[in-house]
Design a protein around this ligand. Structure first.
Ligand code: ADP
Length: 520
């Protein structure tokens, strides 16, 4: 028991990572058995949602739950609190994980704070180098996307394959490869602790980081500095809007027209003259406000980093405004056709394909159907971040033009035959559309079935015709085969989005050894 890292005094740095479900566990005089919890080093993301420690650890019934700022946050309305990176706050109510109610331990002020801007004090999640929810591909993008980050820049993330393990991703440089990322497995020991190479074990991740920061010990490079962390998405404009969709119209300033959508104009604007938003205006009669309000309530609940966040709506007057997260590079379709998009490399296209599949995988898991998945409904932000928009919207459109077979605006070329013919929309008809989106992506925004009219496409596709592999672009056969699978006549035979996410996630690594062990 004496060696248990969880039981040392808080002055001892090794105490730091004694935690249960992401919350620190301290030595008590009463019963130390509870401290031997086997889950000490499991990533919080893979554990059940934390229950209040009063229930979990009866020996510390009054121990306050403390969180620390992982990012700086500035209050946006009267209900929330500003804090700096590193500030400590006591959690008073965590019934809404997106907005924790806390007391700031320096100022004594109480208020709401966004849950994804903080982490439990002394937890691994509060470390600058720990990235909780990112995949291997995203790790590469973060490490390579910022050229100012030197060789040896690194991050640690929960392993995608080993529930108790982690992965260390390090930016490296070699003459023949230029900058690239190497990934190392961090394996857990049965009795707690970690190792990369069996001959050097560490009691905690910070110890491991410290050791490899002093000496490469067989890694490609000594760990030089933590990778820069992008700020998390704000799911609501402010805590006032956490359960409320209606935004006061005079708080929204429309500043610049971004484009014309099917149902009205889209603007870049600001909320309270400060925070960037995109505002879609809906032409009168496009949809019943009542139906849209219901849909908005659902859409607001679907939160994923690959879905554009819906902040709220202004529905008390026409035209209705839909207020969303602003994506600086606009729609994927426009982006692909413009200069910046044309310069995208194959690797970037794979990254976009992965992100869209990942957002759709989330909708698949929630049994929500998009119905209008296409490059025009994917938005691009900085660093080629892609997010799906307009999910759920297609259902509430009351426009005849949008109905199958009747209207000119119905996206025939993107829609699966069973959805066109029988109106049978499903996640599998979304998979079909995803296949078309892949063709748009890998041809840099070419119109699908070039030169063909909608009716012709319907007939030919019914007869078994599929778009051929384009000769103009260097599309690997393997990816074309995936498109064909998405266009299987039998809906059930099409791949799942879960499969597609993993496929594109690992696409360019199939030919290389995923992890290189550090030599003993
Ligand atoms: P609709 O769904 O009404 O047809 P779109 O979603 O196609 O409208 O939007 C039209 C254009 O407005 C898009 O091509 C894109 O350039 C821009 N746009 C839409 N939403 C956003 C957003 N959230 N951030 C930035 N630009 C956007």
């Amino acid at each position: 028991m004496g060696n248990c890292c969880c039981c040392r005094s808080s002055a001892d740095p090794k105490t730091k990572y004694g935690n249960i479900h992401g919350y620190p566990v301290y030595k008590t005089e009463i019963n130390t058995d509870v401290i031997r919890a086997p889950t000490t080093h499991a990533p919080a993301s893979k554990l059940p949602k934390p229950i209040h420690p009063v229930i979990q650890t009866p020996v510390t019934p009054t121990r306050p739950k403390i969180v620390v700022g992982v990012y700086k946050y500035e209050a946006r309305d009267s209900q929330d609190l500003s804090f700096d990176k590193g500030d400590r706050m006591e959690v008073l109510d965590e019934s809404d994980q997106d907005w924790l109610f806390v007391e700031h331990l320096i100022t004594g002020h109480k208020g709401f704070i966004p849950g994804n801007f903080v982490a439990p004090e002394l937890s691994v999640e509060s470390e600058d180098w720990f990235f909780e929810n990112i995949s291997r591909k995203e790790a590469e993008k973060l490490l390579l996307g910022d050229e100012s980050q030197p060789r040896g820049t690194f991050l640690i993330r929960p392993s995608e394959h080993n529930p108790n393990g982690y992965s260390l991703s390090v930016k490296d440089w070699e003459v023949h490869r230029g900058y690239h990322v190497k990934h190392y497995k961090i394996k857990p020991l049965d009795n707690g602790g970690f190792y990369i190479s069996t001959n050097k074990t560490y009691e905690s991740l910070p110890e491991l980081v410290l050791a490899y920061s002093k000496n490469a010990l067989g890694l490609c490079h000594v760990l030089s500095k933590p990778c820069r962390k992008p700020e998390p998405t704000m799911w609501d404009l402010a805590p006032t809007y956490r359960d409320k969709w209606e935004i006061s119209r005079d708080e929204i300033q429309l500043l610049r027209r971004l484009g014309r959508g099917n149902f009205g104009e889209v603007f870049f604007g600001k909320w309270k003259n400060q925070y960037e938003v995109a505002v879609k205006t809906l032409r009168e009669g496009t949809m019943s406000t009542q139906a849209f309000l219901q849909e908005a309530a659902i859409m607001k609940k679907f939160r994923h980093k690959r879905l554009v966040a819906l902040y709220g709506i202004c529905s008390e007057q026409e035209p209705v405004y839909i207020v969303q997260e602003y994506m600086s590079k606009g729609s994927l379709l426009d982006f692909l056709r413009k200069d910046e998009g044309k310069l995208l490399e194959f690797e970037d296209l794979i990254y976009i394909a992965f992100q869209v599949a990942s957002g759709m995988e989330y909708l698949e898991s929630k049994q929500l159907i998009h119905r209008d998945l296409a490059a025009r409904n994917v938005l691009i932000g900085e660093n080629n971040i892609a997010k799906i928009c307009d999910f759920g919207l297609a259902r509430v459109i009351e426009d005849n033009e949008y109905c199958p077979k009747q209207g000119s605006r119905f996206p025939v070329k993107w829609t699966a035959p069973e959805a066109i013919v029988y109106g049978k929309f499903s996640i599998k008809s979304d998979v079909w559309s995803y296949g078309i989106l892949l063709m748009e992506l890998f041809t840099y925004g070419q119109v699908p079935y070039p030169g063909m009219h909608g009716r012709e496409v319907i007939e030919l596709v019914e007869q078994g015709y599929r778009m051929p592999k384009p000769t103009s672009h260097n599309l690997p056969d393997e990816i074309y085969q995936i498109m064909l699978k998405c266009w299987d006549t039998i809906a059930e035979a099409r791949p799942t989005f879960e499969f597609l996410t993993h496929y594109f996630e690992r696409f360019n690594v199939t030919s290389e050894v995923p992890y290189r062990e550090v030599p003993d």
